[in-house]
Design a protein around this ligand. Structure first.
Ligand SMILES: Cc1ncc(COP(=O)(O)O)c(C=O)c1O
Ligand SMILES: [Zn+2]
Length: 401
């Protein structure tokens, strides 16, 4: 048996329960799902369960048969060569690109679309930097409901736009940034009768918290680690932390990781807030970065993210675009592991952080590679490796002309 509560992240008020509710009835801030389960999984119970995030069913909203494509249980790959190159003791990369549509969003969208059906919705909507639209389009297709996505015109990666089109979503282009698109979605969804599936929706985060459960299982319960997560709208880092907190609250672990966020310096309101020691962020009106997935100037979940890093003893930092592209190259060429630019940002932070002494070398790091590299196959990202005529190569290796 499970009991759910919708609690405000700002004033703590518990709003009357409704699957359609997103904002606190008292102060209008965002809500968090609190789940009280009479029994929970443990390592033994998990043996032989379904190989997807739905194995953690005791702490997931299984109001009805889930809309699932086997999301989650992505590989956690130990990277010795990359750890050596970065100069850290131990490094793992969690390959979220292995999810059905190639990003971690599938976790939250699987739960979100399941809840949307339970709430009676026949139309779902989101604003997106790309991956949410790809994921929502696919899961809505599987559920047989309509999907509308709002994207910043000309600013999303080609692979993601291709996916949203292929899965049959109605794609509306908005001039301006992701933040403008999200404002429109929040303002218009109700009159459209559409269920909002951005990460303001508390049920999205319930899916995404399973990343923490998997890391716990994959590392045999050793959670004295640092988890490094790219931060855009700041939902994912908060969701992963919620998962670790639940493991602790249910007595499944004593230790919890330090959560470290990373933004790109052209879209870094939270990193700047932490650098200045300020209490609230200054928004970035025109965010710029090669990592289009985290090109966000007003992270709507900023309060959750601040609480996450403060309670876990971490922080949020920034890296430059050239460091992100270099991290993509380094991951790919030392380990054969790749990610879209946002997904490589944690490695970029490890590199600069260890070099500058900001991050200790003698620790274990888990970097969340949030999206698949083929999402954003921009030739500019591989400008360091240009194809050559075979004869030219032969001359080089044989020394003959
Ligand atoms: C690949 C990738 N990484 C990171 C993020 C940032 O996640 P969040 O907005 O939850 O902070 C996104 C969000 O679009 C993403 O697509
Ligand atoms: Zn409130």
């Amino acid at each position: 048996m499970k009991r759910y509560e919708l609690r405000c992240i700002a004033c703590g008020h518990v709003s009357p329960f409704s699957l359609r509710r997103i904002f606190c009835e008292r102060c209008g801030d965002l809500l968090e799902v609190r789940v009280e389960a009479s029994e929970v999984f443990n390592r033994e119970k998990l043996l032989g369960r379904v190989n997807s995030m739905w194995r953690y069913v005791e702490l997931l909203p299984d109001f009805r048969r889930p809309v699932t494509m086997g999301e989650g249980m992505t590989r956690l790959v130990r990277c010795e060569r990359l750890a050596d190159a970065l100069g850290v003791r131990e490094l793992y990369v969690k390959l979220e690109g292995m999810n059905p549509t190639g990003s971690f969003k599938d976790r939250g969208i699987s739960v979100g679309v399941t809840v949307a059906l339970e709430a009676g919705a026949r139309r779902v909507i989101c604003a997106s930097t790309g991956n949410t639209s790809a994921s929502l389009a696919a899961y809505a297709a599987r559920a047989g409901i309509e999907c509308v996505v709002l994207i910043p015109k000309g600013r999303i990666a080609s692979g993601k736009l291709f996916q949203a089109r292929l899965f049959g979503a109605t794609i509306c282009e908005v001039s301006g940034s992701f933040d403008d698109a999200l404002r429109i979605v929040l303002g218009r969804a109700e009159e459209m009768g559409a269920y909002v599936l951005n990460s303001v929706n508390p049920w999205r985060l319930e899916g995404q918290k399973t990343t923490a459960f998997e890391i716990w299982e994959q590392l045999d319960g050793s959670l004295g680690i640092n988890v490094v997560v790219p931060v855009g709208n700041a939902g994912n880092i908060s969701a992963i932390w919620k998962g670790f907190e639940e493991l602790r609250d249910y007595g499944l672990t004593d230790e919890v990781p330090r959560m470290i966020g990373v933004q790109s310096s052209g879209a870094a309101p939270l990193a700047r807030m932490f650098a200045k020691g300020a209490d609230s962020p200054e928004w970035v009106e025109s965010p710029q970065t090669v990592a289009s997935a985290i090109r966000i100037g007003r992270p709507i979940n900023w309060k959750r993210a601040v609480r996450t890093v403060r309670s876990s003893g971490g922080s949020i930092y920034s890296v430059d675009d050239h460091e992100i592209l270099e991290a993509m190259r380094l991951m790919a060429t030392t380990e054969g592991i790749a990610a879209e630019p946002a997904g490589a940002a944690p490695i970029a932070l490890l590199k600069s952080g260890v070099e500058s002494g900001l991050l200790p070398r003698d620790e274990t790091y888990v970097c969340i590679a949030t999206g698949h590299h083929l999402k954003d196959p921009d030739p500019a990202h591989v400008s360091w490796n240009v194809p050559v005529p075979f004869e030219q190569y032969l001359e080089r290796v044989t020394g003959r002309s």
